[in-house]
Design a protein around this ligand. Structure first.
Ligand code: G3I
Length: 373
């Protein structure tokens, strides 16, 4: 079997190094299965893309992205601080490149995100008058959503508007515009982007109290006669502690409201967590990495197994509810790219995705593929 990939010249001239060459050639000749092909009848399979991936700077990354994914979410470049840096200036340079990348590679783009309290440009953080904030709010949504109408599949219109107890987060938008700001954001987006799907996106909304808050948001938008097409459960969980029962209940509760359910930022941390709870609040930090970075040189088999089992359990659940779920997006192409290397503690070595730092498929990847067999 192996011999068919070794040329005669290779055997006779470099036989001492043959095992390494054989391996390399086998990898070239036998591509790994494709996530997007495997799940093509069930859901879109997405990834977060960072700037260098959008600019196609890394050939290996690019090959893997186009082979594995048919959906993508920009990790940062459509956030307000980048796309709308000053009052009168929009910078569509990188986001337009992303849209072109998606068009060229048949990758559907989810815009992320129109209204979020984090990564706001300085000029917005300094606004003290509700009138000025309302003007920014309307300009921002209308200009960006209309620029990309028909060019992106969807928008996370509002991101992370809830506290853990299900009440509305005391963001600059709530404080200055009042609680109607969420319905207003969807109303403006609907008008500016009639050909684009509109979503609410948040983390931990599988948990009962926060889920109740998300249900209330969705109901209020619908009661106002405004369109909302889907809800994104982000999916930042710990590999050894995935809240499967709550996730299943959320899929049922959200889809009963008549919206699509998506898992939009999936990653599974394998590192110790200082709070013993799931948290994706980017303003939270927990000291330095001393003594809290147990696997700087590689993930032991025991942890690879836990990670693979976590992904397997999740995908079995996703497949059980495939009629209600439209997309599964991983938050990062490979482990090296993950935000979890710097959160909640900076400078650690985490392993939350399906591909390692050399873009090689991990046991978790094969466990996900095997759920279809
Ligand atoms: O752009 C600056 C750059 O100018 C500077 O040189 C560099 C030095 O640290 O920082 C750069 O900004 C970083 C930015 O990512 C772009 O790389 C920020 O420090 C860093 O905090 C920021 O992190 C992003 C985080 O959102 C910030 O809110 C992560 O990449 C991104 O994965 C993460 O994504 C969020 C989702 O949007 C919403 N849900 C939670 C998820 C994870 O936090």
């Amino acid at each position: 079997m192996i011999k068919i990939f070794i040329s005669f010249a290779t055997i006779t001239t470099t036989c001492f190094f043959a095992p390494i060459q054989i391996q390399a050639q086998i990898q070239d000749q036998q591509p790994i299965p494709s996530l997007k092909e495997t799940f093509k009848n069930e859901f879109l399979i997405g990834t977060a893309l960072n700037t260098s991936q959008i600019l196609e700077k890394d050939v290996t990354a690019n090959k893997l992205i186009t082979q594995q994914f048919n959906a993508a979410t920009p990790e940062n470049i459509m956030k307000a601080e980048i796309i709308h840096p000053t009052w009168n200036q929009f910078d569509f340079t990188l986001a337009d490149k992303l849209v072109e990348y998606g068009r060229k590679n048949n990758i559907k783009i989810n815009g992320h995100t129109l209204i979020w309290h984090s990564q706001l440009p300085r000029f917005v953080r300094q606004i003290k008058s509700p009138d000025s904030l309302a003007q920014f709010f309307a300009d921002h949504i209308t200009t960006i959503a209309s620029h990309y109408d028909g060019k992106v599949l969807s928008w996370d219109v509002v991101n992370e508007a809830l506290e853990e107890n299900g009440s509305l987060r005391k963001s600059i938008f709530l404080q200055q515009l009042g609680e109607g700001y969420i319905v207003e954001a969807f109303r403006l987006a609907q008008k500016a982007a009639p050909h684009t799907e509109l979503y609410y996106n948040d983390y931990n909304i599988e948990q009962p109290k926060k889920r109740a808050g998300a249900i209330e948001i969705i109901k209020k938008i619908k009661a106002a006669g405004v369109r909302i097409d889907g809800v994104g459960i982000q999916g930042h969980w710990r590999a050894s502690k995935i809240p499967l029962a709550e996730i299943e209940q959320s899929i049922l509760d959200f889809s009963a409201l008549g919206v699509k359910v998506m898992f939009t930022e999936l990653d599974l941390s394998v590192l110790p967590n200082p709070w013993d709870s799931d948290n994706a609040d980017v303003s939270a930090t927990a000291g330095n990495s001393k003594g809290k970075d147990p696997y700087p040189n590689g993930l032991p088999d025991s942890m690879q197994t836990i990670l693979a089992k976590g992904y397997e359990d999740l995908f079995r659940l996703f497949l059980k509810h495939k009629d209600k779920i439209s997309r599964i997006t991983f938050w990062g192409v490979n482990d090296g790219q993950s935000w979890l290397n710097n959160f909640p503690i900076r400078g650690r070595t985490n392993y939350p995705t399906l591909f390692d730092r050399t873009y090689t498929a991990k046991p978790a990847f094969y466990a996900v593929i095997a759920t279809k067999k």
